[in-house]
Design a binder for this molecule. Structure first.
Ligand code: SAM
Length: 204
């Protein structure tokens, strides 16, 4: 199963589920620190529930996902600037985005599917598209996730759960290390249930 085929099918299967259109707690937390007018990349945006919240708060959103089925399932944004939608794979670098284009990158549950080297390259690309002083907000699977250690281990903390379905699990320490290696300055890494949340800035 290719990444794209897997996610196209996943989004098509769940299409129309109203629960999928509720903005998430992590997005409300992001809004607390992002002023109206800020430019934001929603990386692995899914069907745009969080992108819609950001746009309605006046942020200028670029929403990127590998699955056309996700981008097609966006609801009309009721107010705020239009959301720019891009079908692109996170591992396909460079992204069709400018250097220093964004005040913030928001990556909710989209950066834990890759091996360590690929994750590092993706973080490097996010560094490129963030302006100096820009903010990276990421939420990823933690090692407390019940799926951690299941399936077949591919490398440390990275497992194939089903054919072609791979997940990485982070500790606070490994997430901080990944961010630092990609030249971010971490502000915080906190455990949230079975996830870890990172807030980091791209230094000037
Ligand atoms: C768990 S969902 C999270 C969706 C949304 N951010 C949220 O928090 O509800 C993971 C999303 O990442 C997207 N995705 C997975 N792998 C990707 C890749 N390699 N490139 C771009 N998007 C990817 C999927 O299509 C899916 O929309």
């Amino acid at each position: 199963v290719t990444t794209r085929a897997y996610w196209e099918q996943d989004h098509s299967r769940r299409r129309g589920d109203p629960a999928l259109y509720r903005p998430t707690t992590f997005a409300y937390e992001a809004l607390d620190v992002l002023p109206p007018g800020a430019t934001l990349l929603d990386l692995g945006c899914g069907n745009g529930h969080d992108s819609a919240l950001f746009a309605q708060a006046g942020l200028r959103v670029t929403a990127l996902d590998v699955a056309a089925a996700a981008l097609d399932a966006f609801l009309p944004i009721r107010s705020g600037p239009p959301v720019d939608r891009i079908r692109h794979c996170i591992t396909d670098i460079p992204y069709p985005l400018e250097d220093r284009q964004f005040d913030a990158v928001y990556a909710r549950l989209s950066l834990h599917y890759f091996d360590a080297a690929t994750t590092a390259r993706a973080l490097g690309e996010l560094h490129r598209v963030l302006r100096p002083g820009g903010l990276l907000l990421a939420l990823v699977n933690s090692v407390d996730d019940p799926e951690y250690g299941t399936g077949t281990q591919v490398e440390e903390s990275f497992f194939e759960l089903a054919p072609g379905v791979r997940k990485r699990f982070f500790s606070r320490a490994s997430l901080l290390a990944a961010a630092t290696t990609a030249r971010f300055s971490p502000q915080s890494a906190t455990t949230q249930g079975t996830f870890v949340a990172l807030r980091a800035t791209r230094p000037a």
